[in-house]
Design a protein around this ligand. Structure first.
Ligand code: C2G
Length: 129
């Protein structure tokens, strides 16, 4: 079984998130998502609308997602890749090159971002809604 992993906050789920989850899953048979905890989001300087539990509940309902694990810090990826026996690590290309050190553990693939949508844009647009 070819396992894929990706990481993110996935707040206010939108088509950009669905696109990367769909494409990540297509690279293997099983997709693990490392979902940023509320505490780690604070480290990332992100404030979420939905709590970790709510964001996990939504991700668990997405057919491309097979498993959700907590992402608690920047340093856990290499260990996750080994303990989860992952063959492919995927991120959007806004992260291009940032995780190349993981190439010693698995394939590292950066996929193009979906244009015209982001959680930040949704929040801004809703202000004028
Ligand atoms: N994404 C995308 N297209 C968009 C928006 C997001 O492809 N229009 C992708 C991002 O590139 C990322 C994933 O969706 O791969 C999740 O995005 P975020 O929830 O914004 O996650 P981020 O803050 O980038 O956190 O350790 C890695 C971090 O947890 C990634």
């Amino acid at each position: 079984m070819r396992k894929v992993i990706t990481y993110g906050t996935f707040d206010l789920i939108h088509r950009g998130h669905i696109n990367i989850l769909k494409r990540a899953k297509a690279l293997g048979d099983y997709l693990v998502v490392g979902l940023s905890t509320d505490e780690f989001n604070a480290v990332k300087g992100k404030t979420c609308y939905y709590t970790y539990e709510e964001r996990k509940y939504i991700l668990d309902a997405i057919k491309y997602v097979d498993e959700v694990i907590p992402e608690k810090d920047w340093k856990q990826k290499a260990e996750d890749i080994q303990t989860q026996n992952v063959q492919v690590f995927v991120m959007g290309n806004d992260w291009e090159g940032k995780f190349d050190e993981l190439k010693e553990h698995c394939e590292v693939i950066y996929l193009s971002r979906t244009e015209g949508i982001s959680t930040t844009k949704v929040k801004a647009d809703l202000k004028d809604f």
